[in-house]
Ligand binder design. Structure first.
Ligand code: MTE
Ligand code: MO
Length: 328
């Protein structure tokens, strides 16, 4: 299959993640592209790839503002911080392309003004400006480990506030069971949206109990500054006990519902990416092991921990869900 042939833009990522993981997500793509008849003549294929991986004029780098906030030491990651330059240049943000190198393209992300719509099963649907929202919460800094389903990990100081604070502001009805996050889909600046076989916009979801968990965090900063576009400016989820794809970037809408949502990766390939997506080294991805993880920016590979090491905070939430596919 053509997707398994090595191309220039594949090399950095191939070195950086287990080959199977690299092929893993693109393998999904290859299957879909084949099914959609996209395996076309060479020039068409080249154009298709370049539209996937971005390219074109990089926008002017966004200036990040200092964002001081008290450090909360309760969540000591017991791991060295990932180098800032590495953490902010090795990204997954498919709206800007499939490669890890989307930071330049992402500088075009329009973040000002930013409005979050609150919809569904709430007392009163409304929209709230980010500035207004930030006046109603108290920012703090937390260092969390982040584990991508592709078997790489990073450790980052995030600045933000508990997701529970947004839930409180939103005032959901008692009948709401899930909170769904919809992220920006801006066709003017996001070349990835041209790939119509992806179920855009990128959405994610959690149960109300997960949303209320003390670890569930909304990040507006990283390394003491406003969060860079490529990492999900101006506001993203940070759910450290789940695979990274649950941590939706650039959130524009939260919807409360009583139906379990079908989220982006689940809609794309439900056999490989489910709703729960809790980290577990003993449950392999259908096409690669999850036993180990590579710490980006280092030469180290370390054992993966169940719940990404956050079991003391989260494991009890799943006691009555043993029949669910909790770890994929
Ligand atoms: N909107 C959106 N959010 C997203 C993604 C994406 O492609 N689009 N990728 C997810 C995945 S797979 C991971 S691992 C993390 C990566 O965050 P980082 O680039 O800040 O490391 O973002 C998650 N959130
Ligand atoms: Mo990921």
């Amino acid at each position: 299959m053509f997707i398994h042939r090595r191309r220039g833009w594949e090399i950095p990522e191939s070195q950086a993640t287990p080959e199977q993981a690299v092929r893993g997500r693109r393998g999904v793509l290859a299957g879909l592209a084949g099914a959609a008849g996209l395996v076309a003549a060479a020039p068409a294929r080249a154009a298709w790839f370049s539209s996937l991986v971005g390219g074109g004029e990089p926008a002017k780098p966004v200036a990040l503002a200092p964002l001081p906030a008290p450090h909360n030491a309760r969540y000591d990651p017991k791991r060295l911080l990932t180098n800032e330059g590495v953490a902010t240049s090795y990204n997954n943000y498919y709206e800007f392309g499939l490669s890890k190198s989307i930071a330049a393209a992402a500088q075009a992300l329009p973040t000002d003004p930013w409005t979050i719509h609150i919809e569904g099963m709430v007392e009163k649907p409304r929209a709230i400006g980010l500035e207004d929202l930030l006046k109603q919460v108290k920012l703090e800094e937390r260092i969390y480990r982040h584990r991508c389903v592709e078997a790489w990990a990073m450790t980052v100081p995030w600045t933000g506030f508990p997701l529970a604070d947004l839930v409180k502001l939103a005032a959901p009805l008692a009948s709401a069971k899930y909170m769904v996050f919809t992220t920006l889909a801006d066709s003017k600046t996001m070349p990835g949206l041209r790939q119509s076989f992806y179920p855009w916009p990128y959405t994610e979801g959690v149960t109300m109990q997960e949303a209320a968990n003390e670890l569930a965090f909304l990040s507006v900063g990283m390394f003491g500054k406003t969060i860079p576009p490529q990492d999900g400016a101006p506001i993203r989820l940070t759910l450290p006990w789940k695979y990274g794809f649950k941590s939706a970037k650039s959130i524009v809408k939260v919807t409360f519902t009583d139906k379990q949502p079908v989220t982006f990766w689940e809609a794309l390939q439900s056999s490989e990416y489910g709703f729960w997506a809790n980290v577990n080294p003993a449950v392999p991805h259908p096409r690669w092991s999850q036993a180990q993880e590579r710490l980006i920016g280092t030469d180290d590979t370390v054992p993966t921990r169940i719940w990404n090491g956050y079991g003391e905070y989260v494991a009890a939430m799943y006691d009555n869900l043993k029949n669910e596919r909790l770890f994929a």
